[in-house]
Design a protein around this ligand. Structure first.
Ligand code: ADP
Ligand code: MG
Length: 556
């Protein structure tokens, strides 16, 4: 396709470049030699030439456009694929909005550079080279005078390129900010309303919007200045040529036809030249955008794990002196964590908020890896397993349930497209999803809205439990899975969970201690350390932190 496009451009450029040469023949034949044949040939020639030029034009625009859109699609696909593969830590450091803006806005700029700019770059360079060849052939001496100004043009393009690249980078990052503020305000529109924060958010938006405009104006200024300057430089060249040419004509060194053709070629050159200067801007924008896009593509993907395969683990978990930090300056979030859970056991983790409970369980599906020590499944370091195999062993039901804008059915079967309809319905029944789905139009096929907005907190929770039931993994993580529920939903969900726990190794994080009294072991976490561990009865008898927490909750 690209070669076809280049062929089209060559056709187009050839016609343009041939034009002055044909004009010379015409003028000399018509006026100097007074040849009668030109009367018919010239008008026919014009039509044929423009037809050929039109075909070239069509080919180049269509083929290059097609190449450009393919490029965009491919880059978008690759960037999106890389977004899916980046480790969880990457998203702790990078906001989602700038990443979205790279996927939508920046990639379009790459397309612009890859199509319009490349088309012009190739076509106009070819036209200029063709015309230049003609000029040299017509009169090399005059051409040399015209070319004297070319270093000025090259210098100008260099300077503007540098400035344009700088401003483009700024514009693109400000587009990320615009996306961020808009996304935040839209996603939390209820909060904005409740706090009368419309003004505050407008002001925040105004700031990023203004920064975007101001950065753009700098780019526009450079663009606006560069054009007249190029024209001026071209005029200098033309002036030099005229000076020499007029003297040559007077001295009979040059015919009128030669001179007219020369002048025509020179003037024809100014249009592609102007276009070439004009594409510096989209080209530099595209390069700046390309840098931001390739930064993503070059970011290392998540470690795919080892080669150990496992269909279904027994579910023996061991934390062996695990220490973990999110960022060096924030200190250790987990310190020397050491405990074991036998297959089928339930281990409860309690502790103040911020003590590291969620972090601890996030190590199991390898959302993060320990800095020191190891987490073992069935006696093997998690890092030995193929990542996909490992994650198939773990189900998570957490406080915030992630739902996609789709039916309840597809949310339950998320990531399990091969699930049988009966299995989905069975999971939905066991998790008490059917209880509320029955009331909805379409039942399980009712849509849940964006991020599950059309469901209540308890209903979302039940969908998450159905998901975990369907996934049927040997390890289950419940991270404050019930903290947002009222007593009635909790009773339902307790029942559903009891079914879910059976035969699985479970790590359960709960604030309400009543829900974990029957755990095989309770671990009390404080500032990332295990400060107590044992059964409910043992911990109460010991009269430590857990006993104090328990007294507080039950007022005994
Ligand atoms: N993604 C993250 N990046 C950096 N720090 C984090 C991240 N998640 C949690 N933290 C920090 O780690 C500590 C433990 O958090 P967390 O494990 O969520 O506690 P808990 O679940 O016990 O409330 C907190 O101080 C929190 O600020
Ligand atoms: Mg937590």
């Amino acid at each position: 396709m690209f070669l076809l496009g280049v062929a089209g451009m060559m056709l187009f450029a050839a016609v343009d470049a041939a034009f002055p040469w044909l004009a010379k023949g015409f003028l000399d034949a018509a006026f100097t030699e007074r040849d009668a044949r030109v009367l018919g040939l010239v008008p026919a020639g014009i039509v044929v030439l423009f037809l050929v030029r039109g075909v070239g034009d069509y080919l180049s625009v269509f083929a290059l456009g097609s190449v450009g859109r393919q490029v965009i699609k491919a880059i978008r696909r690759d960037v999106f694929a890389r977004y899916l593969e980046l480790p969880a830590g990457f998203f702790d450091r990078h906001g989602v909005a700038p990443l979205l803006s790279r996927l939508t806005y920046n990639i379009e700029l790459v397309a612009e550079a890859a199509t319009t700019a490349i088309t012009s770059l190739i076509r106009d360079t070819l036209t200029i080279l063709g015309l230049l060849g003609g000029l040299l052939w017509l009169n090399w001496r005059l051409t040399a005078f015209a070319l004297a100004v070319s270093p000025l043009i090259v210098g100008l393009i260099r300077v503007t390129s540098r400035l344009l690249r700088r401003y483009s980078t700024r514009i693109q990052s400000s587009m990320g900010d615009v996306t961020r503020v808009a996304k935040e305000s839209l996603e939390s529109q209820r909060m904005v309303k409740m706090f009368n924060a419309e003004r505050q958010q407008s002001a925040a938006f105004e700031r990023v919007n203004e920064h975007n405009r101001a950065s753009y104006m700098k780019l526009i200024t450079v663009r606006a200045v560069s054009n007249p300057v190029v024209q001026l430089i071209a005029a200098l060249g033309l002036a030099a040529v005229m000076f020499v040419a007029i003297r040559d004509i007077a001295a009979d060194h040059l015919t009128v036809g030669e001179f007219t053709a020369f002048l025509a070629a020179l003037l024809l050159m100014t249009t592609p030249l102007r276009r070439l200067v004009n594409i510096v801007s989209p080209l530099q924008q595209g390069i700046a955008a390309g840098e931001s896009v390739f930064e993503i593509l070059d970011s290392p993907a998540e470690d795919a794990g080892g080669s150990r395969r496992v269909a279904r683990a027994r579910g023996e978990i061991e934390f062996r002196d695990v220490t973990f930090t999110y960022a060096a300056e924030k200190g250790e979030v987990l310190r020397d964590i050491r405990f074991r859970a036998e297959p089928g056991q339930t281990v409860a983790i309690v502790g103040r908020s911020g003590s590291g409970k969620s972090t601890l369980v996030s190590l199991l599906p390898r959302l993060h890896d320990p800095d020191r020590g190891a987490v073992l499944l069935d006696g093997h370091d998690l890092r030995e397993y193929r990542l996909a195999d490992l994650r198939r062993q773990v189900s998570v039901v957490s406080q915030d349930v992630m739902l996609i804008e789709d039916s309840i059915r597809n949310n339950i079967a998320f990531g399990m497209p091969q699930a049988e309809p009966q299995a989905i319905e069975q999971a939905a029944r066991a998790a008490h999803v059917l209880d509320f789905a029955r009331e909805l139009p379409g039942g399980l096929d009712a849509t849940v809205g964006e991020r599950g907005a059309l469901l209540s907190g308890g209903q979302r929770q039940r969908v998450a439990i159905a998901r975990a039931l369907l996934k049927d993994a040997p390890i289950l993580i419940l991270d404050e899975a019930m903290s947002a529920l009222d007593a009635e939903s909790e009773r339902f969900i307790q029942e559903a969970l009891a079914g879910l726990l059976r035969g699985r190794t479970t790590l359960v994080i709960a604030h309400r201690l009543s829900t974990i009294e029957h755990a095989d072991r309770i671990i009390v976490l404080d500032e990332g350390r295990i400060v107590e561990s044992g059964t409910h009865a043992a911990l109460i008898a010991a009269g430590g932190v857990y006993a104090a927490l328990h007294r507080m909750q039950f007022n005994v």
